[in-house]
Design a protein around this ligand. Structure first.
Ligand SMILES: *Cc1c(COP(=O)(O)O)cnc(C)c1O
Length: 372
């Protein structure tokens, strides 16, 4: 291919600077629906957010920080990084904090992938994965889930080639729900070369109750090519503040730290995350409430004839195929509109909220005339 020249570009009629071709070819990231036309206040179950507002002490910590927002935040989020490390019993140089775990993943891919490198992940999984992979010019290798909508780790390991730099494992898998079992994880790790970086995205780890599921933290010591992604957005209820982190071996995470946009975690976000670590007991009691609602919701849906996947996150997956958009429209048309996340032709992901959310949802699904 000839090198770019402005003369040639203008000869073929180009009149404006143009971005890399990968950019215009990106699939759009579809955020969960936020507003609806119905009469009552909407029930937002479309983005896997916490149903609970921030705890008073967390609001207080942010309030105290307001007086100093004319100053730049601590670029390395030193206090927060230290507190996370202490909490996880690792060293601070094993932790990298950035503006949400999606940003951490973007930096990780920047650090490890160039054009033509391959990134393997399961599909359907988190919709940020193909976007972030293509943003760095790397090639998407998407491996279908198995019949239980779990990662097919055998097929994923078989898809690793000399061009594979990164494998993304999502546990629990967004949007289908199951988490990765320890036996599957260990079989996978044994089958891939140690020069492949394996990322275990544990955004929903606090909601897992299946004892067979891999504990990423416990697995780190045995696997130097493993990095975990964790977030304050889900169990800690700070989605609006954007704080997430990676944990792994110091040498493996250092290149990620080098890619983090300077000062991208605001001082208020750092303060709120530290304050949240101080009140984990209260936050985890809330997680328990969501897990209890998950059990109540899945039991009620099974009574209605739904055949559900194993939901280990704060969401359930309704495998309705071609009815996905119709079901989302049905829920949106309720007296209190219920907002969910449909994946056209595949299914609908619904966030588990509080008791009222569950009751409204079960009533609305009992009125659904379509298939299960
Ligand atoms: C919600 C979610 C995240 C968290 O993203 P943040 O950028 O930390 O808000 C990461 N991975 C998955 C699979 C998620 O569903």
């Amino acid at each position: 291919m000839a090198a770019f020249s402005h003369e040639n570009a203008m000869l073929v009629g180009m009149t404006l600077p143009f971005a890399r071709p990968e950019i215009s070819a990106l699939p759009p990231y579809v955020p969960g629906a936020t507003a609806a036309a119905g009469s009552g206040p909407p029930v937002k179950l479309s983005s896997n957010e916490s149903p609970f507002g921030p705890l008073p002490s967390v609001v207080g910590a942010m309030g105290a920080g307001l007086a100093t927002v004319h100053l730049y935040p601590d670029m390395f989020a030193t206090t927060l990084t230290g507190r996370i490390a202490q909490r996880l019993a690792v060293e601070p140089d094993q932790v990298v904090v950035a503006g949400g775990s999606v940003a951490v993943l973007a930096h990780l891919l920047q650090a490890y992938c160039s054009v033509g490198d391959e990134v393997v992940f399961a599909w359907r999984s988190f919709e940020a994965y193909p976007i972030l992979t293509r943003l760095v010019g790397a090639t998407v290798v998407a491996i279908g889930l198995d019949s239980d909508l779990r990662h097919d780790v055998t097929a994923m390991a078989a898809a690793v080639t000399p061009r594979t730099r990164v494998v993304l494992l999502c546990s629990p898998n967004n949007p289908t729900g199951p988490a990765l079992r320890r036996t599957d994880f260990e079989a996978f790790m044994a089958a891939v070369p140690r020069t492949v970086l394996v990322v275990l995205d544990e955004a929903y780890v606090e909601f897992v109750r299946d004892p067979e599921v891999v504990d990423g933290l416990a697995a780190l010591a045995a696997h130097p090519n493993l990095v975990l992604l964790r977030t304050f957005s889900k169990a800690y209820g700070l989605a609006g503040l954007r704080v997430g982190y990676a944990v792994g071996g110091a040498e493996v995470v250092a290149p990620i730290r080098a890619c983090v946009t300077p000062f991208s975690v605001s001082s208020l976000a750092q303060a709120a995350a530290v304050a949240s670590l101080d009140v984990e007991d209260e936050l985890f009691a809330r997680v328990d409430r969501v897990v209890a609602e998950r059990a109540r919701l899945t039991a009620a849906l099974e009574d209605l004839g739904w055949n559900l996947t194993d939901a280990q996150g704060n969401f359930v997956w309704l495998d309705v195929g071609e009815d996905a958009l119709g079901l989302a429209a049905h829920l949106r048309a309720q007296p209190r509109p219920i907002l969910v996340r449909p994946f056209g032709g595949e299914g609908v992901r619904i966030t588990v909220g509080d008791v009222v959310n569950t009751d409204l949802l079960v009533e609305a699904l009992a009125r659904w005339p379509g298939g299960h």
